[in-house]
Write a new protein. Structure first.
Lengths: 174, 359
C-alpha cells in the first residue's frame, strides 16, 4: 500500500509539471529566464537516496519514459538521462555518510548533471547549437535553483513515505 | 559471484542496446504513432485536462486583475485603432469586391487560402527548451491530421506533430529543432490615412537592423542600388522560408532573402501557402530587424511573432481545403465531414476575417 502511494505521488508530481506549474513558470510572466520544473525527477532522486539506487533507477526510468512519450520527439533521451541521474544519486549517498548537507549538495549536483547531460545529448544530435554560456545562465541554473527549493520542501514528507515502504519491505523479507 | 556479476553486466548492456535502438527508430519523422503511445497520450491528456483547466481559470483571473490597472491607456489605444479600423474595413470591402470581379473574369479559382478552423483547448504544455510542445484535446476522431497548422486568435503558433485518438501534440514555432519550415511572405507596409496600418502590439523597440556591425565586407550587400529601383523594391512582397528560432532574442529567423529586396522593420510576415498544408494568409509576426548574411550575399530577417507564446489556452487547428502533394499538385483534402465548421470553397471571407469570426 505505501508503495502504491509513493508511485502515485511521483505520478502526481509529473502531472503537475505539465499543467499547473506552466501557469506559474517565470516565462509565463515575461521574465528572461526559463526554469523547467522537474519535480518528478526530484522525487525519484530522493527515492533513490532512501530506498537504494536500484529502486531509484526504476523510478527514474519510468518517469523519463513517460516524459519521452508525452512530450518528446525521440523516445529514450529522457529515459536515459533520468535513469543515470537517479542511479548516481543513489551511488553518491552510499559513498558518504548520509546527512542533510550531503543530501542537498548531491541533489544540486545531480540536477545540474542531468541538465548538462541533456544539453550535451541534444548538442550532439541537434543541427542548431545554442550558446553554452547563455544556456547555463538562463536555463540550467534557474532550473536547478527552482527544483532545489522544491527538493527542500518535499524532503521530509517523502522521507516518511519511503520509510513506510522500507518497513513494509523488510517485514516481508522476515 | 562472478556469474551474477556477468549477468548484471549483460542485462545492462542489452538494456543500453535496446534503448539506443528505440532512440534510433523514433528519431526519424514518423507518419503514425504506435497504439501504446496513442493510448498513453490519450489517458494522460484526459487527466492533465482536469488539472489544467482550473489553473488556467485562476491565471486568467490574475491577468484580468493586472490588466484592470491599465484600462485607461488601453482604451485610448483601442479608440485610435477603431478609427483606423473603419477606414481599413471599408477599403477591404472595396478590394474584396474588386478582387472577386476580377477573379470571375479570369475564371480563376482561389484555392490557396480556403480553410476551416477547429477549436481545441490546451491540456498540457512542456516548457522544456528541447521539446517545446503543447498537448491539445482534439485528435484523429475530430479530424485532426499530422502537419496541420495551429493558430491562436493572434497568429500562427506551430504545427501538429503527432496525433492520437483523442489528443494531439503541437510542436511550437519556438521549438529548437529545425523541422519547422514555414513558407512565408513579407508584405510591404500598408499605409492607411498616412499611418501604417499594422504596428506591433508589443512594446518592443525595433532595432535598426540596417547598420552593418563591422565595416568589413557586408557593405556591398547592404545598400541596394539607389538609382535602380527605389520605389518598386519597397512595394514588392518577399517570399522566403522561416527556418529557425533564436531562443536568446526570441525571434524567428528567415534566411536567404535576396540582397535587392528592401525590408524594413515592422513589415508584416504572413504565411504564403506555397507547399505543405499551411494555408495562405495566417499572420506570423512582424520583421524586427534585418541583417546581412555572413557572406554578404543574402539577407537574414528576424521576425517577432505576433502570437503570445507565454500563455496559450485556446488554439485553432487549421485544415486547408486544398493540400499540395509532394509532386506539386493541388488536391482537395478529403476531409469534409468536419464538425459543422465547413466553409464552402470560394467563400468570400478572407482568412483574417474568418479566423476572427471563429473565436
Amino acid at each position: 500500500m505505501p508503495r502504491l502511494f509513493l508511485t502515485l505521488t511521483l505520478l502526481l508530481l509529473f502531472l503537475l509539471e505539465g499543467t499547473i506549474l506552466q501557469v506559474v513558470s517565470p516565462t509565463a510572466w515575461g521574465l528572461p529566464w526559463q526554469a523547467v520544473p522537474r519535480f518528478a525527477l526530484v522525487g525519484a532522486i530522493l527515492v533513490s537516496f532512501f530506498l537504494g539506487r536500484r529502486e531509484g533507477l526504476y523510478y527514474g526510468l519510468g518517469i523519463g519514459f513517460l516524459q519521452d512519450i508525452l512530450y518528446g520527439h525521440i523516445i529514450g533521451v529522457y529515459s536515459l538521462t533520468m535513469m543515470v541521474a537517479c542511479y548516481f544519486a543513489g551511488l553518491v549517498v552510499l559513498l558518504f555518510q548520509r546527512n542533510l548537507a550531503v543530501v542537498f549538495v548531491t541533489v544540486c549536483l545531480v540536477l545540474f548533471g542531468h541538465e548538462w547531460l541533456l544539453y550535451s545529448l541534444y548538442r550532439l544530435f541537434s543541427t542548431s547549437p545554442v550558446d553554452v554560456q547563455w544556456v547555463i545562465s538562463n536555463q540550467i541554473l534557474p532550473s536547478v535553483g527552482c527544483n532545489f527549493v522544491f527538493a527542500v520542501l518535499i524532503y521530509l514528507p517523502l522521507s516518511r513515505l519511503c520509510e513506510a515502504v522500507d518497513l513494509r519491505k523488510s517485514a516481508r523479507h522476515e | 559471484m562472478s556469474f551474477f556479476g556477468n549477468k548484471r553486466l549483460i542485462i545492462v548492456l542489452v538494456g543500453l542496446v535496446l534503448l539506443i535502438t528505440v532512440m534510433g527508430f523514433t528519431s526519424r519523422e514518423r507518419e503514425n504513432l504506435t497504439w501504446p503511445e496513442m493510448f498513453t497520450k490519450d489517458v494522460f491528456s484526459v487527466v492533465q485536462g482536469i488539472f489544467y483547466r482550473p489553473a488556467q481559470a485562476f491565471s486568467g483571473f490574475i491577468q484580468d486583475v493586472k490588466s484592470a490597472y491599465n484600462v485607461y491607456e488601453e482604451n485610448r489605444a483601442l479608440k485610435a485603432s477603431v478609427d483606423q479600423y473603419a477606414q481599413v474595413s471599408s477599403e477591404l470591402s472595396i478590394l474584396q469586391e474588386e478582387n472577386e470581379r476580377l477573379r470571375e473574369q479570369l475564371q480563376a479559382k482561389s484555392q490557396l487560402h480556403d480553410f476551416q478552423l477547429r477549436f481545441a483547448e490546451v491540456v498540457a504544455r512542456n516548457a522544456d527548451q528541447w521539446n517545446n510542445v503543447l498537448t491539445i484535446d482534439k485528435g484523429l476522431q475530430h479530424g485532426i491530421k499530422k502537419d496541420m497548422a495551429v493558430i491562436t486568435s493572434r497568429g500562427l503558433i506551430g504545427r501538429i506533430e503527432s496525433v492520437s485518438n483523442f489528443s494531439s501534440t503541437v510542436e511550437l514555432l519556438t521549438d529548437i529543432e529545425r523541422s519547422n519550415h514555414i513558407s512565408a511572405r513579407i508584405y510591404p507596409l500598408t499605409a492607411v490615412g498616412g499611418k501604417t496600418a499594422q504596428a506591433p502590439q508589443t512594446g518592443q523597440t525595433p532595432q535598426v537592423g540596417q547598420t552593418p556591425q563591422t565595416g568589413q565586407s557586408p557593405q556591398t550587400g547592404q545598400t541596394p542600388p539607389q538609382a535602380g529601383q527605389p520605389q518598386q523594391s519597397t512595394q514588392q512582397p518577399v517570399d522566403g522560408v522561416i527556418e529557425e528560432y533564436d531562443p536568446q532574442q526570441r525571434l524567428l529567423i528567415m534566411r536567404k532573402i535576396p540582397v535587392g529586396a528592401k525590408i524594413v522593420p515592422n513589415q508584416p510576415v504572413i504565411t504564403s501557402g506555397l507547399g505543405g498544408v499551411v494555408p495562405r494568409g495566417l499572420p506570423i509576426g512582424y520583421v524586427a530587424k534585418v541583417q546581412p548574411d555572413v557572406l554578404g550575399l543574402t539577407q537574414t530577417a528576424y521576425i517577432q511573432t505576433s502570437a503570445d507564446f507565454s500563455q496559450i489556452n485556446e488554439v485553432f487547428v487549421v485544415e486547408r481545403s486544398f493540400v499540395v502533394t509532394p509532386d506539386g499538385q493541388l488536391v482537395p483534402s478529403t476531409q469534409t465531414n468536419g464538425s459543422g465548421q465547413t466553409t464552402a470553397p470560394g467563400t468570400t471571407g478572407t482568412p483574417a476575417t474568418s479566423s476572427g469570426g471563429g473565436q
